[in-house]
Write a protein that binds this ligand. Sequence first.
Ligand SMILES: C[S@@+](CC[C@H](N)C(=O)[O-])C[C@H]1O[C@@H](n2cnc3c(N)ncnc32)[C@H](O)[C@@H]1O
Length: 250
Amino acid sequence: MIELLLIGIGTGNPDHLTLQAIKALNSADLILIPRKGETKADLAELRRAICTDVLTNPAVRLAEFDLPVRDAANPDYRAGVDDWHDAIADTWRQAIRDGVGTAGRVALLVWGDPSLYDSTLRIAGRVATGFELNVTVIPGITSLQALTASHAIPINDIGAPFIVTTGRRLRDEGWPAGVNTIAVMLDGECSFRSIDAKGVTIWWGAYVGMAEEIILSGPLSEMSDRIVGTRARARADHGWIMDIYILRRA
Ligand SMILES: C[S@@+](CC[C@H](N)C(=O)[O-])C[C@H]1O[C@@H](n2cnc3c(N)ncnc32)[C@H](O)[C@@H]1O
């Protein structure tokens, strides 16, 4: 039986690791570290650093593997993602076989928490071929929580709902019906520019929780250009960026 531990590690701050996560990492036979390519090399480095910081059990082994790249040219987006997830599952299966055979505890460090815009759980469902697999999730701090903490704001108005969505959906579909608060992730294009800014406040953050963190907030009409410029400079300086924001209508 393979015990697969999917461990939420928070958003890049080693202090985001919970005691439960630290215990789980130390209970593993093998920790798999994905390499995502040069531009995100520092994230693999961060995973390694987290392991070095918290591992006290000398029996835990680390193994790195290269993540397959998604075929962005596939015109059928869903089919392309499906094929990509199959390819990742193949890579995990091989790394697990090489590392522990068909029995052992294998850990994967998941950015933030595996429940939020993350395919690790879906991929885990495809891995078990030729062995039994049991999946355990250790929750982590999400980028949304890191953002609200950095701005010291609640995500919802009293008794009110909110929606978490993507930059693409905000651009394509506009402000979602039935809510005054939306959190936007996976937005490479500053999609807040596509909505009517009147009466809207933005709380934006890049690299939230990390040493590089930048946060800005205020009326969207005043902050929009400033965020676009800040984002572009930060991306150029670091070679990569992850950002997230909350929009609230009065
Ligand atoms: C694939 S999703 C993963 C989300 C992750 N599972 C979580 O719990 O936050 C990646 C998106 O999360 C957001 N994100 C993750 N880490 C972030 C960080 N440190 N600062 C700002 N946004 C972050 C960005 O919107 C990014 O495009």
